[in-house]
Design a protein around this ligand. Structure first.
Ligand code: FAD
Ligand code: NAP
Length: 323
């Protein structure tokens, strides 16, 4: 593994709204900062059509907000490199971040790796992934002009992305209960939308296809156990999220489900390792909360590094006195 020579003050892992804000705060405090990202900067914002709950913009496209945040994050000299982080090793006062063939050395690390979509685990889901099954309306919606779609789930993502999909297709939202979990304002829009129908109290048990592409879904009503088959051309699945924390499980900083536990200053149980945004154990996962976490972590990383310098100077002074 090739270890880069430079020692960074802070390495931020993940360039979603949380990570980009942390990089902004750290670099603006004159900390040498590296932002490592394995994909396109922006995180989940790149998969979001319209954002209308981020202050300063009445409404803005997710990828556009991502671009603006990136420009903002890089303006004080933070570096950005490609890296798919596999492990963090604690080496005394240093934190070694391993990403593929490269490893990077830092005094503090901020984990901002977010979450990824949960799968349903039903027959047909993997077989037709990319051939009618999708987890991203913004990426794939336009392939379904004039078609019939099933959207599975009842949270913000399912209902909001279901509404987005109606510009291309007729949408049937299949939800396992008789009320949505989504914010009321989003629900209201779905109820008013003539291109949306809702199948309540029901689960999709199988995604059917002709071997090449999706042709339908098998739906079971949970109250009556009645099974129906509905012809659809595509299935969009939004049944919740899972933490992207596999690379950090050996640090002992996660709960039983893999969410990273922090205090209100974004400090984990390992000194010098912070966690922010969706990957953190918390109740509200939004762009605003990821951004807030990022500001706090950037600021606390600065304080941590100052303390570290003070400790090292005091230790050196003590050693000189003994000599
Ligand atoms: P993310 O945005 O998930 O970014 C994490 C980044 O880390 C990603 O870029 C990923 O590639 C990178 N990464 C992960 N693992 C590694 C690794 N090992 N090495 C290197 N890089 C890594 N919130 C709102 O406030 N308003 C909305 O309208 C809204 N709409 C949404 C619509 C959808 C469909 C979804 C799924 C979510 C939506 N959200 C919305 C929620 C919001 O997107 C998230 O809360 C927010 O993006 C979390 O930010 P984050 O920085 O914690 O993580
Ligand atoms: P979520 O809030 O966890 O909702 C998941 C939905 O899927 C729930 O309705 C759940 O049903 C259903 N579900 C879970 N497992 C299922 C299964 N096995 N079979 C069928 N249905 C199942 O997830 P999300 O909607 O992806 O949202 C994730 C986070 O992003 C949330 O914090 C959300 O607020 C945020 N977000 C915000 C916005 C916004 O602010 N505009 C937009 C999108 C997402 P139950 O309701 O019965 O549990």
């Amino acid at each position: 593994m090739e270890q880069t020579e430079k020692i960074y003050d802070v390495i931020v892992i993940g360039a979603g709204p949380g990570g980009m804000t942390a990089a902004l705060y750290a670099s603006r405090s004159n900390l040498s900062t590296l932002l490592l990202e394995r994909g396109i900067p922006g995180g989940e914002m790149n998969n979001t059509a319209e954002v209308e709950n981020y202050p300063g913009f009445k409404s803005i496209l997710g990828p556009e907000l991502a671009e603006k945040m990136y420009e903002s994050a890089m303006q004080f000299g933070a570096e950005h490199a490609y890296g798919d982080v596999k492990r963090i090793v604690v080496d005394g006062d240093y934190r070694i971040v391993e990403a593929g063939k490269k490893s990077y050395k830092a005094r503090a690390v901020i984990i901002a790796t977010g979450s990824h979509h949960r799968k349903l685990g039903i027959p047909g889901e993997d077989q037709y992934n990319g051939r009618g099954v999708s987890y991203c309306a913004v990426c794939d919606g336009a392939f379904f002009r004039g078609k019939q779609l099933a959207v599975i789930g009842g949270g913000d993502s399912a209902v909001e992305e279901g509404i987005y999909l109606t510009q291309f297709a007729d949408v049937n939202i299949v939800h396992r209960r008789d009320e949505f979990r989504a914010q009321k304002i989003i629900q209201g829009r779905a109820f008013k939308n003539e291109k949306i129908s809702i199948t309540w109290d029901s689960v999709v048990e199988e995604i059917k296809g002709d071997g090449q592409k999706v042709t339908g879904v098998v739906i079971r009503n949970k109250k009556t156990n009645e099974i129906t088959e509905k012809a659809v051309d595509g299935v969009f699945i939004y049944v919740g999220i899972l933490p992207q924390s596999d690379a950090f499980l050996d640090l002992g900083i996660t709960d039983g489900e893999g969410w990273i536990i922090t205090n209100e200053h974004m400090e984990t149980a390992v000194p010098g390792i912070f966690a922010i945004g969706d990957v953190r154990q918390k109740l509200l996962r939004q762009i605003t909360t990821a951004v807030g976490d990022g500001g706090e972590a950037g600021n606390r990383a600065f304080a941590y590094i100052e303390d570290l310098h003070d400790r090292l100077e005091a230790a050196e002074a003590a050693a000189e006195t003994v000599d």
